[in-house]
Write a protein that binds this ligand. Structure first.
Ligand code: GDP
Length: 357
């Protein structure tokens, strides 16, 4: 028996407009660039990976303070670059979502707002567990900020009146969440993470609380979500994030591959507006290492990629592909008709959903 392989967990960020989703994601991505040698990690299209060693480095103080121990079996955290519930809706996969876990961002000043509730509902519907980032703690009057430090360290440096205000706002949000059936508590006060949603106070601007947030996400994944992350199939399965024009390549897809492998020359089935499309992968592209620092959009060709990964796919006949469509590799020609049927079924669900919303 070959040893089981667990892929990286895919993380999505949701929440009300202006709660700080983009700022938080940007801060998290910066962690990666600042602390790694360029070129030593996998680059992705449409997603950003925080490798395990970086997570360890950033999270060690939190793990030590809380005496948290877990065995790490997966790769690092793979964040979907585009935040928000519209983007999340396109991360559909059979029976749920491509995202394995999510961050629900709530502004500590605004509390629970309409899109917070929409986000909770869609996360529930797709059965995606989530951690709450109670964001903008630095806006509490008198808050003393220090770049990137864990919340549990930061809290010790605050005055009693600041702590009292933080508690007041935090428990106001806890009450609001309770009204929507969500039992939540500050993460360092939780006894059983299977019964309570964790709230991590954060500042997306100073990065305070980000180590705590990464620790809880990663810890929950290692403890409770391994089954879902086992890479089971040899033939790649993914979802289309977007269909776009690429100078020189024509129409290309960006896709998240969540299971198996996709290779150059593979036959793939995707959903088009007029039915399933069968085509052959002409090229697979990922960003050049260093891309983020040079701010250029250079891509390099690769021969194959394994889950989980974000890639750009060039192939003939992609013009009509629907964003949010499944993408399946088919290496056994006798399976082709069945896979086409599956893709068609999945798309009917997407269309029904879009109409309803
Ligand atoms: P999004 O709509 O949820 O993606 O929110 P943005 O990330 O665009 O943030 C909205 C505004 O809030 C921007 O002006 C951010 O600079 C600001 N912001 C986001 N997070 C924080 C935070 O933690 N502290 C403070 N002070 N401002 C924040």
């Amino acid at each position: 028996m070959p040893e089981k392989r667990y892929r990286q967990p895919l993380v999505s960020v949701l929440g009300h407009v202006d709660s700080g989703k983009t700022t938080l994601l940007d801060y998290i991505r910066k962690t990666r660039v600042a602390s790694k040698e360029p070129g030593s990690i996998t680059q992705h299209v449409g997603a950003s990976e925080i490798p395990v060693d970086v997570i360890y480095e950033v999270c060690r103080p939190v793990m030590e303070a809380l005496n948290l121990k877990f065995e790490v079996k997966t790769g690092g955290l793979l964040f979907i670059d585009l935040p928000g519930h519209e983007a999340f809706s396109n991360l559909r996969r059979r029976g749920g979502s491509v995202a394995d876990i999510a961050i629900l961002v709530i502004d500590i000043n605004g509390g629970v707002q309409p899109q917070t509730i929409e986000s909770i509902n869609i996360l529930r519907e797709r059965r995606v567990p989530f951690v709450i980032a109670l964001n903008k703690i630095d806006t509490i009057y008198g808050w003393k900020s220090q770049e990137g430090r864990p919340f549990i360290v930061s809290e010790r440096e605050q005055s009693p009146s600041v702590i009292a205000e933080l508690e007041r706002r935090l428990y106001r949000v806890v009450d609001q969440l309770m009204e929507h059936g969500i039992n939540a508590e500050r993460y360092d006060r939780i006894k059983d993470f299977t019964k309570t949603f964790a709230i991590v106070p954060t500042s997306a601007v100073s990065g305070e609380g980000v180590p705590d947030l990464l620790t809880i996400l990663f810890g929950l994944v290692q403890r409770y979500m391994l089954d879902r992350l086992e890479v089971t199939s040899d033939e790649g399965k993914g979802t289309v994030l977007e269909v776009r024009q690429h100078p020189g390549l024509g129409t290309v897809l960006t896709a998240i591959i969540y299971d198996g492998t996709i290779k150059k020359g593979d036959t793939i089935v995707v959903a088009g507006s007029k039915g399933p499309i069968v085509t052959k992968v002409r090229s697979l592209l990922v960003p050049e290492p260093l891309q983020e620092m040079r701010m250029t959009k250079k891509f390099r060709n690769i021969d194959e990629v394994s889950a989980a990964a974000g890639v750009m796919i060039s192939a003939p006949d992609l013009e009509d592909v629907l964003a949010g469509s499944p993408i399946y590799v088919v290496r056994d020609p006798s399976m082709l008709e069945e896979m086409k049927r599956e893709v068609q079924e999945e798309v009917e669900r997407i269309v029904i959903k879009t109409d309803r919303i």
